[in-house]
Design a protein around this ligand. Structure first.
Ligand code: ZN
Ligand code: ZN
Length: 354
């Protein structure tokens, strides 16, 4: 198999060739048909998260080791299975749940493997999807995509799951009756608009500084779009939301977007932060109880949520998100395009003939 690996932080990915792994026990070998290039791959490649105020969080301190094959948005065909695998068919296509936990702790047993403190996520702590094959440690991580295109399915493992899990943290009744304010009309934001619609949401108001993204947000189903520089933004958003704002989803996560989001919330309101842009906020602590506010982070999602999401996409026949496909050998080009902000839609790596 061929993979494109981080051997040194911030250095070009290195093409590595090795024999295909042979699955044993519960393992499954996947021939990768689509592998999404996610913004968090950039954090992994840089080895840090920006924590604001000049502080950073090191991925190496969190247990990441090099060399590493990044990539956690993987869809492909099962080509071999271990002797204990049931319910997975060789020749069928699946999307891979990548957010593996230790499998043994209480958190994992509760089904929240993505929150396990000894996480073994594919593409971070185990070889991931910038490769033509991947060994999945357990067949239960595979979600059947039926005849959905692997290129559409792959990004559901991260950007789709992350937004779905964020939306599910909002009370379904609030979602159905109140408009959601959404920061960011990039890949996550557009996915959120589509999913909120599919879940019967009352509407989405979008804020993004890039006016070029406004049309895409409206096309995806946003009710209105705003620039963060709009005069009297908070008042205009409240008015558009029907007077008060109950729910904010922040796909940016800068100090400024979270601060604006918190300022928008009415009594009982909720801000769910997905974005990892980095920054710092000031909160007057009495407002948290006085306004009964919730400020909640969300990190990807659990296996059950990915199964629900794939079922929802099939049921509502959701349109695929915009993608740009390129061969695995262009993995580093894709990463650089993401860093420079020139990527169009989700970049997806595919076998070279695609
Ligand atoms: Zn991701
Ligand atoms: Zn665990």
């Amino acid at each position: 198999m061929i993979s494109f690996d981080i051997t040194e932080l911030k250095k070009p990915l290195v093409r590595t060739e090795r024999p295909n792994p042979q699955p044993t026990g519960h393992q499954v070998l996947i021939r990768i048909l689509a592998s999404g290039v996610c913004h968090s791959d950039l954090h992994i490649w840089h080895g840090i998260y920006d924590l604001g105020n000049g502080k950073t969080l090191s991925m190496m301190d969190r247990g990441m080791k090099l060399p590493l094959t990044p990539g956690h948005e993987i869809a492909g065909e099962v080509i071999a299975v271990g002797d204990r695998v049931k319910d997975v068919e060789v020749g069928k296509n699946y999307v891979v749940y990548p957010w593996h936990g230790c499998g043994e702790c209480k958190v994992c047993r509760r089904g929240d493997e993505n929150l396990c403190l000894n996480g073994k996520s594919l593409g971070i702590y185990q070889p991931g999807g910038y490769a033509d094959h991947v060994l999945v440690p357990d067949a239960r991580y595979l979600v059947d995509i039926g005849d959905m295109s692997p290129i559409q399915a792959a990004p559901y493992a991260c950007s789709g799951l992350t937004t779905y899990s964020a939306i599910r943290k909002i009370n379904p009744q609030v979602l159905n009756e109140e408009k959601v304010v959404l920061f960011g009309a990039g890949g996550l934001g557009l996915m959120a608009i589509a999913l909120i619609k599919a879940l019967g949401g009352a509407g989405v108001l979008v804020i993004d500084p890039d006016e070029a993204k406004h049309a895409a947000a409206l096309k995806a189903g946003a009710e209105a779009v705003f620039s963060p520089k709009t005069d009297g933004l908070v008042g205009k958003l409240k008015q558009a939301a029907g007077g008060v704002v109950w729910a904010v989803i922040d796909c940016v996560g800068s100090g400024q977007t979270v601060q604006t989001g918190m300022d928008l919330l009415t009594k009982g309101g909720q801000l769910v932060q997905v974005g990892l842009f980095g920054g710092h906020i000031d909160i007057s602590t009495p407002f948290i109880p006085l306004k009964a506010m919730t400020y909640q982070g969300t990190y990807v999602g659990n296996l059950r949520e990915l199964q629900e999401l794939v079922a929802l996409v099939k049921e509502k026949n959701l349109p695929p998100m915009q993608t740009t496909c390129m061969p695995f050998s262009k993995a580093f080009t894709a990463l650089l395009a993401l860093e420079q902000g020139t990527a169009i839609g989700r970049q997806v790596l595919t076998p070279s003939e695609a």
